[in-house]
Design a protein around this ligand. Structure first.
Ligand code: 5RP
Length: 228
């Protein structure tokens, strides 16, 4: 099966977690788009849900499919978020943000009682760290932030159509190849402490489960229950 077929298989498995009355967080990217289309079919079949979206693109797609999408600014809690991933390991540590939506994705994930990621099996890795980690940067502070990022990474300003890429909130993205990502929590804390860094694509505690499909076979990874 193609990678796109596997993305769709993972997405269709994950939407089975959606129940009537839920506030659902809609991720961003090609795998999330499969999930939104699957959800649209379920909603057309009569399931009543509400949703918030992690990007303008996902909001537009969902509304076209008849899904009720709310402004996240007015929503305090989300029941279940389903989103894509760029790299995921068996500890459920995830790198996100190739689609540039990681800041909104992090906000919606943090507001969610449960977050699941969906991906084709090629995204599964022994340990995160090969993919560049996207960092969202305030344009005002770009020069300073870029200098700081060179201390621990090879930073690359993301471009689109010959211009610096802009996120939905008109910020810049710097994709960082870290020299060493053996301590992702330490790296995340270091990034978050740089003034002008608004967010990053390291999702280290948000993800509860993953649906990963290879050749049409979906594997589910679930975070072990907290003993407390
Ligand atoms: C967007 C993301 C995406 O979910 C991630 O890049 C995966 O995208 P795709 O499903 O297209 O491979 O984090 O910010």
């Amino acid at each position: 099966m193609s990678a796109d077929g596997d993305k769709r298989a993972a997405a269709e498995a994950a939407v089975l977690e959606v129940r009537a009355g839920m506030m659902v967080g809609l991720g961003t990217g090609s795998t999330a788009a499969h999930m939104i289309r699957a959800l649209g079919r379920i909603v057309a079949g009569g399931l009543a849900i509400d949703a918030v979206a992690t990007s303008e693109a996902s909001a537009t797609l969902a509304r076209e499919l008849g899904i009720r999408v709310h402004d996240f600014a007015g929503v305090a809690r989300v029941d279940l978020t389903i989103d894509g991933a760029d790299e995921i390991d068996d500890r459920l540590l995830v790198v996100k943000g190739a689609g540039g939506a990681m800041l909104r994705e992090k906000c919606v994930a943090a507001a969610s009682d449960r977050m699941v990621v969906i991906a084709d099996g090629a995204k599964r890795v022994g340990a995160i760290g090969a993919a560049r980690v996207p960092v969202e940067v305030l344009p005002f502070a770009h020069g300073f932030v870029a200098r700081m990022l060179t201390e621990r990474s090879d930073p690359l300003l993301r471009m689109a159509g010959g211009e610096p890429y802009r996120t939905d909130q008109q910020m810049l993205v710097v994709d960082c190849a870290f020299h060493d990502l053996s301590d992702p929590q330490g790296t995340a804390a270091w990034l978050q402490a740089i003034p002008g860094v608004l967010g990053h694509g390291l999702f280290l505690s948000e993800v509860d489960a993953a649906y990963l499909a290879t050749d049409g076979v979906v594997t589910k990874l679930e975070r072990p229950a907290d003993p407390d």
